[in-house]
Write a protein that binds this ligand. Structure first.
Ligand code: NAP
Length: 250
């Protein structure tokens, strides 16, 4: 189902930085009314000043933060579930607090926001829900929990798409490879692979919005990563042996 973005009300999570900030700018250029959220109030105000978006600070890792965001933002026509964080290292060394934080912010929050906002979206005649997953859905060593959250999003989105068929709510899942944002510095492990090359967040934002406008169900960035994902589905053993040659992080 295609979506005309101009004039629509859009809620962008993780809009204080990286892909979310670039998406907020691209939406503002399309004449959308954007509510932008994250925890960093100063960064949110800076994005708001550049884009005219309404900033709403909320911690998506807490039920209270989610409830307050839903109440204060009001129902959007388009929900962009973009907020997320990484963690890199051997799983057995990962602190339990970090495991729970990744599961809460990357997976539980988009599921909860969708559950809470869907009824109003449907009663307003329809809408579009976007999930920012990752190519890590294939399962990346030293990013096991992160990979699981992103694969969980893919499955949730696919199931939701089935449920919502014929109900005027579209679902688009985006799978970026490496994107030049503070994501890697924040997780404490820089991106060290030479391939795939990093994309600018502005390019990811633009491609994501075009996927929404065209009604694409799944969008890999760059596009060839879709082939890699299919190769992993067909020959997982060979795929993982080959991908280990390219280095320890993705
Ligand atoms: N960069 C990449 O290579 C890459 C590749 C594939 C997928 N992705 C995905 O793309 C999405 C955006 O990442 P990015 O690269 O733009 O990283 P980023 O620059 O670090 O941005 C992450 C955003 O998530 C928000 N966030 C984190 N924890 C939060 C919490 N507890 N509550 C509310 N907001 C929270 C941050 O806001 P505050 O700091 O203000 O809380 C920030 O706006 C993520 O889901 C990431 O997994 C990134």
């Amino acid at each position: 189902m295609t979506t005309v973005l101009r004039g629509r009300k859009v809620l962008v999570t993780g809009g204080s930085s990286g892909i979310g900030a670039a998406t907020t700018l691209a939406l503002a250029r399309r004449g959308c009314e954007v509510v932008v959220t994250g925890r960093d109030e100063r960064a949110l105000r800076a994005v708001a000043a550049r884009t005219g978006a309404r900033p709403l600070a909320a911690d998506l890792g807490s039920p209270e933060g989610l409830a307050r965001l839903v109440e204060e933002a009001g129902p959007p026509d388009v929900l962009i579930n973009n907020a997320g964080l990484g963690w890199s290292g051997e799983t057995e060394t990962m602190p339990g607090t970090e495991v729970r934080r990744l599961l809460a912010v990357n997976l539980a929050a988009p599921v909860e926001l969708t559950r809470m906002l869907l009824p109003a979206m449907r009663s307003r005649g329809g809408g579009h829900i976007v999930f920012v997953s990752s190519i890590a859905t294939v399962g990346v060593g030293t990013e096991a929990v992160y990979s699981a959250t992103k694969a969980g999003l893919r499955a949730f989105a696919a199931a939701l798409r089935d449920e919502l068929a014929g109900k005027h709510v579209a679902v688009t899942t985006v799978f970026p490879g490496a994107v030049r944002t503070p994501f890697f510095r924040r997780r404490g492990q820089e991106y060290t692979r030479s391939f795939p090359r990093m994309l600018p967040p502005e390019e990811v934002a633009e491609r994501m919005l075009r996927a929404v406008e065209r009604g694409e169900q799944e969008c890999f960035l760059p596009r060839w990563l879709g082939l890699a994902c299919r190769a992993n589905g067909l020959l997982p053993g060979t795929f993982h042996r080959l991908s280990r040659w390219f280095g320890p992080t993705a």
